[in-house]
Design a protein around this ligand. Structure first.
Ligand code: F6R
Length: 243
């Protein structure tokens, strides 16, 4: 990557989750009141396990932090195991001795527009935005075509995103709508971390980091951020050599 480009950390698969969790723990030690936006999905799951272990071992605390949820399905009942808020609670928040303040997305509210506006306000002034990478380049539920100035909003998800979630949740049918924190808020965070693992993400990570920035690959828009760190395992970084 160029001198002014993102910081790209390529880590052995076995060390990846511990390394990301250790850096997150270090941020929490530096700034106990960290305001952080977190994703769900398969990628961060081992990071959350490692972070919860670090917290229980006394190496960091999230007790004074605030966690803002990155995205949520619209149309899944409260408590549905495929909901992003349920996953984050299961994988991280409920494993902590001192949980942070948690800001889920109010998708069950009678007034969805008001709940979305409220979440947008909660995503102002993030210290850190942590995101995963979709197979189609999406970030959160910011699908291809998303604007870099996009607000937190209700979105229609692409068939690839719905299919990936359907596969993840045991072939049940998933809704086609979601709410996502928009790029306007993500790019205004003090720092952005992109988490990427696995060979299947190698091509989309190459596109995101090496092709000209374009909305067809929303992850490429993150390169506008002056403090973007990419945490990739070796398999995901497999197509970056020479760049
Ligand atoms: C989920 C989210 C999505 C995922 C992305 C990658 O909250 O924001 O953008 O980060 O679809 O998903 P995994 O990690 O399951 O490959």
């Amino acid at each position: 990557m160029s001198a002014n480009g993102p910081r790209v950390l390529i880590l052995p698969e076995d060390d990846w989750a511990a390394a990301v969790a250790a850096e997150l723990a270090a941020r929490l030690v530096e700034r106990p009141s960290l305001r952080v936006c977190l994703p769900t999905g398969g990628t961060p799951t081992p990071v959350y396990a490692a972070l919860a272990n670090a917290e229980r071992a006394g190496r960091c605390s999230l007790g004074a932090a605030t966690v803002v949820l990155l995205d949520e399905w619209v149309g899944l009942a409260p408590g549905d195991p495929a909901r992003c808020d349920v996953r984050l609670r299961d994988e991280l928040l409920e494993r902590l001795e001192a949980p942070p303040a948690f800001v889920p997305i109010g998708v069950d509210a009678a007034d969805l527009a008001a709940a979305v506006a409220e979440h947008d306000a909660a995503a102002v002034c993030l210290d850190l935005a942590v995101v995963g990478l979709g197979m189609n380049g999406h970030i959160g539920f910011n699908e291809p075509g998303s604007s870099p100035s996009g607000a937190t909003r209700v979105v229609t998800l692409q068939p690839m995103t719905i299919a990936a979630a359907t596969a993840q949740y045991g072939a049940r049918s998933m809704p086609s709508g979601g709410v996502t924190v928009g790029f306007a808020r993500l790019l205004a965070a003090q720092e952005v971390w992109l988490l990427v693992t696995g060979e299947r993400k190698a091509a989309v990570l190459r596109r995101a980091l090496t092709e000209p920035e374009n909305a067809a690959c929303p992850a490429s828009l993150l390169r506008r951020h002056p403090r973007l760190t990419v945490f990739a395992d070796e398999a995901a970084a497999g197509e970056l050599r020479g760049n």
